[in-house]
Design a protein around this ligand. Structure first.
Ligand SMILES: Nc1nc2c(ncn2[C@@H]2O[C@H](COP(=O)(O)OP(=O)(O)OP(=O)(O)O)[C@@H](O)[C@H]2O)c(=O)[nH]1
Ligand SMILES: [Mg+2]
Length: 383
């Protein structure tokens, strides 16, 4: 058991390291007063960041919101009113911000995207506003992609009509996405009906496409609308990781190399955790890892105590000697990664609550997931 806690501590340390390496996703969110910027921020990003995050002014009219442990910086411009000096000020702020970040030459500080919010509840879009967005988008286009978010879209039909109206204006934005960030209650003949929220997955999908690869992990981590995206990203990363670690011509891992494998596993679990952006403390990590490996008669590091376990891994029965250890260790590690992704997805979706993680029922469930992965794992191998 001591081993497990040491292992959990090592993963925890590595997660902190990986979080630092990942950097931030930096976004400017702007639009007129009351269009729903704060509501949007809270619905899209995890941990209710507009409410619980710390905001501090970076210029007179713009504040930066951030929160420890969330790889995100939101630049929230305030009081954008058209046709007065406040608008000029916001405009200046935005250009300054972009310039200032670029001049820092620190890619972690670059603004990766701008969401310009327009409420669909207003009957028409003012020409002045479109001109200003176009100017912004044109000036910023080489550095910062601008997306128009149509907020408070109660009627999808109206949202789509507005979207195509804007698209036809041929302004320099990268896309127009109608959303309803929070469900909306309407009273129809004294009957309360709820319009469900929508569009946020599309908004994240488009944003992900237009931002640089270096910012994508942070965005996937920070957002909370598309949880499957986290699993897919982790899965893709794991496949590459397995290929580079285990595909080098079917290299055996002799027992003596076990500590190397331990490092591989620590890195793998830490990396997957940072893709998900779930705050896993030492106790939770220990619970998950002990549930998974506790069942298998295997010690961490790929050394297998139970020969019966090896029989579960496809193809193992026919391989001899040191090769058995290598393949088994690789299969074990990949299965551990895959099971961990399934468990992280369940935690992200609230199917396992954090406080229930060490409950017997979930330990059994996690064991089953691992056993299932172990019996189905295929190690990528070079021919
Ligand atoms: N139901 C529902 N209400 C929304 C939505 N978006 C905004 N609202 C409401 O519209 C009002 C204004 O929203 P905010 O998010 O505060 O707007 P804002 O753009 O941050 O406003 P300022 O910070 O003052 O510029 C609030 O009462 C929100 O509850 C939505 O998607 N659904
Ligand atoms: Mg606000």
């Amino acid at each position: 058991m001591d081993d497990i806690f040491k292992f959990a501590q090592d993963i925890r340390n590595k997660i902190t390291e990986e979080e630092l390496k990942m950097g931030h996703f930096n976004i400017i969110i702007t639009g007129k007063t009351g269009v729903g910027k704060s509501t949007l921020i809270n619905s899209v990003f995890r941990e209710n960041i507009a409410v619980t995050g710390v905001g501090r002014p970076v210029t007179q009219r713009t504040r930066m919101i951030e929160k420890q442990g969330v790889p995100l910086r939101i630049f929230d411009t305030k009081g954008l009113e058209l046709g007065n000096t406040a608008q000029e000020d916001v405009r200046k702020d935005i250009y300054e911000l972009i310039d200032w970040q670029l001049k820092s030459k620190d890619p972690d500080k670059f603004i990766h995207s701008i969401w310009y919010c327009i409420s669909t509840t207003s009957d028409r879009i003012e020409e002045e506003e479109i001109n200003w967005i176009n100017e912004l988008a044109t000036k910023a286009q080489h550095d910062v992609p601008v997306i128009i978010v149509l907020t408070k879209t109660l009627s999808r039909k109206k949202g789509l009509a507005l979207k195509s109206q804007i698209e036809n204006m041929n302004i320099n934005v990268r896309g127009v996405v109608p959303v309803l960030a929070e469900p909306y209650e309407v009273d129809i003949n004294d009957e309360i009906k709820t319009v469900s929220s929508f569009g946020l997955t599309e908004l994240i999908g488009l944003t992900l496409q237009v931002v640089p690869e270096s910012a994508r992990n942070a965005l996937i981590n920070a957002q909370s609308v598309d949880l499957d995206l986290k699993g897919k990203r982790a899965q893709k990363w794991l496949a590459g990781f397995a290929a580079s670690n285990f595909a080098a011509g079917f290299v055996p891992f002799p027992i003596a190399d076990a500590p190397v494998l331990v490092t591989t596993e620590i890195t793998m679990l830490a990396k997957i955790t940072t893709v998900f952006g779930i705050d896993m403390d030492k106790g939770m990590l220990a619970a998950v890892v002990s549930a998974i490996v506790g069942c298998s008669g295997a010690t961490i590091g790929g050394r297998f105590a139970a020969s019966s376990l090896m029989k579960l891994i496809p193809g193992i029965g026919t391989v001899m000697g040191g090769l058995v250890n290598g393949t088994a260790a690789a299969a074990f590690t990949v299965a551990l990664g895959e099971a961990y992704i399934v468990i992280m997805t369940m935690i992200a979706k609230g199917e396992i609550r954090r406080e229930d993680i060490s409950q017997q029922q979930f330990i059994e469930q996690m064991k089953d997931i691992f056993m299932d992965k172990l019996t189905h794992t295929r190690i990528p191998m070079k021919d």
